[in-house]
Write a new protein. Structure first.
Length: 294
């Protein structure tokens, strides 16, 4: 099923100026808001997924927006291009001292999907620790590109957004292989054969990295790096390529409608299948089927 962020809010004195602009990728949903805030406006927000709040543009006095997590004292006023990381389930409060307009980006993370793609789970402390009103030029540059893709008239290929979100999440969580991991060798031919055979047999259902690592008797991080060293791609990508090959077999060898093929292959719906298929094959399932049959 497609990732859907679950967020509740209560606001007072805040009005939305433009239509919401948003995009969904594998591992994240991003939305861009443009709002007007009256003096004394306030809000309370809580999301069931971790998210990054990024101020893109702001018009108003220097003493405008303040944020607080877990009911602590409100920190100093928001600076230009500030961002805040809010963990899952942590309430966040905002208070506006002077009237202002603000355009901001919210990125809601599907941590399980991103960790599987990267091959490394974020540190639990880092995931659970709020970081309010910090600045980081590289993170902001990535966030700006994500916002532009949300707001542009023609959205780019899904792989573009996937790459931006993954890069931003890696930087935000400070992920990266340790020197010991970089020295580890690739899977042996026997280990690789067992892993790839298992993926092929089970490619039409969700496969977790832990499941594959347990099969070989390795930790998730060790298995992911050793698999990529042996194949050149992470387990997540190998799994999706195997799933797409199964879809191609069904397209070429049956008259099943695309809606049934999508469900049989573990996709949320036909639109989800079409997006992923185009990303890997370069064309839509319907066009590919027509070409094969002619």
């Amino acid at each position: 099923m497609s990732f859907r962020p679950n967020m509740t809010s209560r606001i007072e004195g805040i009005s939305v100026l433009d239509a919401l602009r948003w995009r969904r990728w594998s591992g994240a949903v991003a939305d861009v808001w443009h709002a007007a805030c009256a003096a004394g406006a306030r809000g309370e927000y809580v999301s069931q997924h971790p998210r990054l709040f990024v101020v893109l543009d702001r018009e108003g006095g220097d003493s405008a927006l303040r944020l607080s997590a877990r009911g602590t004292d409100l920190p100093a006023p928001l600076t230009a291009h500030a961002m805040s990381y809010i963990p899952a389930g942590v309430p966040i409060w905002s208070r506006v001292d002077a009237s202002m307009r603000i355009r901001h980006l919210d990125i809601h993370f599907d941590v399980a999907t991103l960790a599987e793609r990267i091959g490394e789970a974020p540190d639990r402390t880092a995931l659970a620790t709020p970081r309010l009103q910090f600045t980081d030029e590289r993170l902001f540059a990535l966030a700006r590109l994500i916002a532009e893709d949300c707001c542009g008239p023609d959205a780019r290929h899904d792989v573009y957004g996937d790459s931006l979100v993954t890069a931003l999440f890696v930087d935000l969580m400070r992920l990266g292989p340790s020197p010991a991991l970089r020295r580890r060798s690739a899977l042996s031919p026997r280990q690789l054969g067992r892993a790839t055979a298992y993926i092929e047999e089970n490619c039409l259902r969700a496969l977790r990295l832990q499941e594959l690592a347990d099969l070989i008797g390795l930790s998730q991080s060790y298995f992911s790096h050793a698999f990529k060293a042996a194949t050149g791609v992470p387990p997540y990508q190998w799994h999706m390529q195997a799933r797409i090959r199964k879809v191609q077999e069904m397209l070429a060898g049956s008259a099943l409608p695309l809606t049934e093929i999508a469900v049989s292959a573990g996709f949320a719906d036909q639109a989800h299948l079409t997006r992923v298929f185009r990303r890997h094959v370069g064309t839509t399932p319907a066009a590919w089927r027509r070409d094969v049959r002619t």
